[in-house]
Design a protein around this ligand. Structure first.
Ligand code: ZN
Length: 448
């Protein structure tokens, strides 16, 4: 998508192919195709060549491969490297490539003169999602209550394609209901569907099971509501769906890259809220907490062995950014492994006890929410405020922060616009940044 946009802007011929097009069973075919492509490109210069999924041929050589299977790919890669070097700087051919796995690429591909500029395209943040929504909302017939900012705030972690999918689904849902325009509720349903899969109207759940699910989800909601550092809840639903089998709770994570210990612990407590509620109310636990426990275990292990957040293990990280794909060796001793396991168990036990304590204290609220859930099946944040009062912590939600910032941004944009009208020529090219200088690396891209 990005490459097409570039070619459109530049108004030159555009060649696109996928990395796997070069991979063939027959020796030499891939290399010949590379030479062919570059010959054509040079004839049509100036032009842009775009290779999708470059990792199919650009995987680093001689690492983690079956013997004998890599000859052809290496040939192809070598001829690609040679061809890229063969350009004079004025030949007017620009090569773009895309991959989801920049970590496995051969380092020779990334040297200056080859693919020497890297643009990381992350999932969009709330500002980006707002812009993407605006693009996809344009061709749709909308009712007046649609606010792209609100939609952006309700779709944390969505990529561009998923946002397009939400808009599409919303239009379909509205059409099925014979509406003249798409309403906010249709978008809510569409978001539900993209997250949890198709609603299963005919799935039969016994009343007993439904009660357990209601208390489980209410447990998450109450725990999150009264934990200071947990993400605020957007909605909780006990409608059975394809992926989220029995029910789910959606939270609004802050757009942040650093987490502090308190946040991780509160997060774990919230995840344990479901099981804790089951134990308090029914005195029994169920298998419904599987994905919660999976997450809790993962966070606890990461805290101890990767982020150095444990006193006994200390500021040690067993994470290696250069790790190979198949690594069976643990970089620590048996004794350390035992301490890690013990500490993980201790952290989770403490978090669970804390959650049980909290929910016992808030049993009243738990009952209220669970009963309401059984009746209505879906509860939103505003319902929670009505039922159990406002959250006792003063925090700007991401949405509020975004709207406030947006107003500020609108003002700045307007000012810039006015300035632009006065002095016309604007230099858009930023000065080149020295890629090798580690000091200029944005800290946000560090694996944290
Ligand atoms: Zn749960």
């Amino acid at each position: 998508m990005l490459a097409k946009a570039v070619a459109g802007e530049a108004a030159v011929p555009f060649f696109t192919l996928s990395g796997s097009d070069f991979v063939e069973m027959f020796v030499g075919v891939g290399a010949a195709r590379v030479r062919d492509l570059f010959k054509q490109a040079k004839e049509k210069a100036p032009c842009i060549v775009f290779i999708d999924e470059i990792d199919a041929i650009g995987r680093s050589r001689g690492k983690g491969q079956m013997p004998g299977s890599n000859d052809e790919r290496e040939n192809t890669l070598n001829s690609l490297l040679v061809e890229m070097d063969g350009f004079a700087t004025d030949s007017g051919v620009i090569i773009l490539a895309a991959t989801n796995r920049p970590d496995v690429l051969d380092s020779a591909l990334l040297r200056p003169g080859r693919f020497d500029r890297q643009i990381g395209i992350d999932k969009p943040d709330i500002v980006g999602r707002n812009q993407i929504f605006k693009v996809h909302l344009k061709p749709l017939k909308l009712s007046k209550d649609i606010d792209s900012k609100k939609l952006a705030s309700q779709t944390p972690g969505f990529a561009g394609a998923e946002i397009a999918n939400v808009c599409n689904e919303a239009a379909l849902i509205a059409a099925r209901k014979d509406k003249k325009a798409i309403e906010m509720i249709d978008f809510q349903d569409a978001i539900d569907r993209v997250i949890g899969g198709l609603e299963k109207k005919n799935k039969i759940i016994s009343p007993d099971e439904k009660k357990i699910v209601a208390y489980h989800e209410a447990g998450h909601a109450v725990a999150g509501w009264f934990l200071e550092h947990a993400d605020p809840l957007v909605k909780v639903s006990i409608v059975p769906r394809g992926l989220a089998a029995l029910g789910y709770a959606q939270y609004l994570p802050k757009e942040q890259f650093l987490y502090q210990t308190e946040q991780l612990i509160d997060d774990m407590c919230m995840a344990l809220g479901g099981r804790a509620a089951e134990e308090i109310i029914f005195g029994k636990i169920s298998t419904g907490a599987l994905s919660d426990l999976e997450r809790v275990t993962q966070v606890a292990y990461n805290m101890v062995s990767i982020y150095g957040m444990n006193d006994k293990i200390g500021n040690v990280s067993f994470y290696s950014s250069k790790q190979q794909e198949y690594n069976f060796n643990k970089p620590y001793s048996e004794a350390t492994a035992q301490i890690i396991d013990e500490e993980v168990k201790r952290i989770i036990t403490e978090a669970y006890q804390r959650t049980v304590g909290l929910l016992k204290h808030r049993k009243n609220e738990l009952e209220i929410l669970a009963k309401e859930l059984l009746e209505k099946e879906i509860l939103y944040q505003t319902d929670l405020e009505k039922l159990i009062g406002k959250r006792p912590f003063k925090h700007e939600t991401t949405y509020e922060a975004f709207v406030n910032k947006q107003n500020e941004q609108d003002r700045l944009d307007l000012e810039k616009e006015l300035v632009k009208e006065r002095d016309v020529p604007q230099v858009t090219d930023a000065p080149p940044v020295a890629d090798e200088d580690p000091a200029s690396m944005p800290t946000g891209s560090e694996p944290t």
